[in-house]
Design a protein around this ligand. Structure first.
Ligand code: ATR
Length: 283
């Protein structure tokens, strides 16, 4: 069990090390969320960002240095799997790992992105088992969102630019698939953009024509830079309820903290740290 940290104490020889591996990671918001959570719970841990290009060596480093838990982000979520000792069934099904847990030297890969997506949607939309959800995209992020929706019993529809990918994903999760051209005929309670369309520096793009938005009462974008994407701005103007990508980011981190520590995460502290950092970086 982790030793408790005295208030404001500096790291010492019993400090537990956690971190994120990705490339680039300079703007990752995970360090502020996790460090604020460690501080609030009094755990003697620190969380650092590691910009990693040699993934195999980085994973050896996790083992060699006894790093206790690691978040994995773009572009390593899929390629890291082959270097780990065990992948849990949910990460296998999604085909991506965003969380590594070091259990006495054995590295277990799991995925909390699906939990993040589901919690963000449940917070904004309530129960999902009665909902029809249109997912835009069929890449790695879409797989996590679709896995979460399926787990909660939602009816899932997938639309993607490359139809073959939409079909493959839909078949795996027993969903329906569409091309973007068919969207005028597709009704759903919720739409979730899982693609990078709308992300800086291409913030003037959106996959759904504004005139179709009134068909979707709740609109979520997993993109959070900018916080209000073109899709969300247009959805708001159309009277839809909107959910930003920051909610998913927060809840996937909350789930990571709980897996690593076995403690309830101080979600409000993490949320405050996240929003404060973003506000500062936008000033
Ligand atoms: P991630 O892990 O972030 O999901 P990915 O696996 O590369 O990244 O998937 C990217 C998704 O965004 C895909 O669904 C991709 O569509 P294609 O399968 O047709 O490539 C979608 N995407 C990216 N740029 C897009 C664009 N300009 N227009 C439409 N879809 C786009």
């Amino acid at each position: 069990m982790n030793q408790k940290q005295k208030k404001n104490s500096i790291p010492d020889s019993s400090t537990g090390l956690y971190g994120i591996i990705g490339h680039p990671v300079a703007h990752s918001l995970s360090p502020v969320m996790h460090n604020s959570a460690f501080k609030a719970t009094g755990l003697n841990n620190v969380y650092l960002a590691f910009d990693v290009t040699d993934l195999e060596d980085a994973v050896k480093g996790i083992r060699a240095l006894g790093i206790k838990g690691v978040s994995v982000t773009v572009p390593h979520k899929e390629s890291v799997m082959k270097f780990l000792d065990e992948i849990d069934p949910v990460a296998k099904k999604i085909g991506a790992v965003n969380t590594i847990i070091n259990r006495n030297g054995r590295l277990l890969g799991t995925n909390t992105d699906w939990i993040g997506a589901v919690k963000a949607l449940e917070e904004g939309a309530g129960r999902l088992d009665t909902k029809k959800v249109l997912v835009l995209g069929a890449g790695g992020s879409a797989r996590a969102v679709v896995a979460g929706l399926t787990e909660r019993g939602a009816r899932v529809l997938i639309a993607n630019r490359t139809l073959e990918k939409a079909k493959d994903l839909a078949e795996q999760f027993d969903a329906r698939w569409y091309s973007f051209d068919e969207l005028p005929d597709v009704e759903a309670n919720i739409v979730v953009n899982t693609t990078s369309v709308g992300m800086e520096p291409n913030q003037d793009t959106s996959l759904i024509p504004a005139e179709l938005l009134p068909k979707y009462p709740i609109v979520m974008d997993i993109v959070y830079s900018p916080l209000k994407t073109k899709l969300l701005k247009e959805a708001e103007a159309a009277g839809c309820k909107t959910i930003t990508g920051l909610r998913m980011l927060l809840f996937q981190a909350v789930a990571q903290f709980e897996l690593w520590t076995g403690m309830q995460a101080p979600a409000e502290v993490m949320e405050r740290a996240l929003y404060k950092t973003l506000k500062k970086s936008n000033e």
